[in-house]
Design a binder for this molecule. Structure first.
Ligand code: ADP
Length: 184
């Protein structure tokens, strides 16, 4: 089962992706986590993307697409995966279509978590992960980038009839139950 977990910053993609990973035993791939680990370890990729993540803008499409294609070639993703944070632009979504096609594979579900903007800001500020992009200014940038670059990705998958919109408010378990119901 190949799943895209989609939504704005603070929607709870990471939290729900981890729960899905445990429930269905399929690995979770978070591009944000990969970038943060690369930055922490000062790898060439980390050095390249550090200032971009700090600013709240997006890493160039080609860099992300190459990274995801490379990561997904790993055996552990053979029986499926949960994508979190990718695709984040229509260019990335189109590249992912080509990738799936080449691998004779397809997307099973596109789960879109919706949460009102004021709630997103509150959640990010209160989660206290100490991320350099979790300041009020950077959150504003990330939401602006989300609206302009990322939201159009929903339309891309609507054309494929793949989108399932899930109410992302309530308790973690309530949201998880909604996602599980959508995946049945
Ligand atoms: P959030 O959803 O809370 O913004 P992520 O961990 O998904 O957090 O992403 C953090 C940052 O990593 C983004 O602001 C962006 O700079 C970079 N990033 C992650 N995924 C992508 C992607 N698919 N395309 C471009 N940049 C990305």
């Amino acid at each position: 089962m190949n799943i895209i977990l989609f939504g704005p910053p603070g929607a709870g993609k990471g939290t729900q992706a981890k729960k899905l990973q445990d429930e269905y035993s399929i690995p979770h791939l978070s591009t944000g986590d990969i970038f943060r680990a690369a930055i922490k370890n000062k790898t060439p990729l980390g050095v390249k993307v550090k200032s971009i993540l700090d600013s709240g803008e997006l890493v160039p499409d080609q860099t992300v697409v190459d990274l995801v294609a490379d990561e997904l070639s790993n055996d552990k993703y053979q029986d499926g995966y949960i994508l979190d944070g990718f695709p984040r632009t229509v260019v990335q979504a189109k590249a992912f279509d080509v990738f799936l096609d080449k691998n004779n594979d397809n997307l099973d579900a596109f789960i879109s978590l919706s949460v009102p903007e004021d709630e997103l800001v509150k959640r990010i500020l209160s989660r206290g992960e100490g991320r350099s992009d979790d300041t009020v200014e950077k959150i504003k940038t990330r939401l602006k980038v989300y609206r302009k670059e990322t939201q159009p990705v929903i339309e891309h998958y609507k054309k494929q009839d793949k989108v399932q919109e899930i109410d992302g408010t309530g308790s973690i378990d309530e949201i998880f139950d909604r996602i599980k119901a959508a995946l049945q």
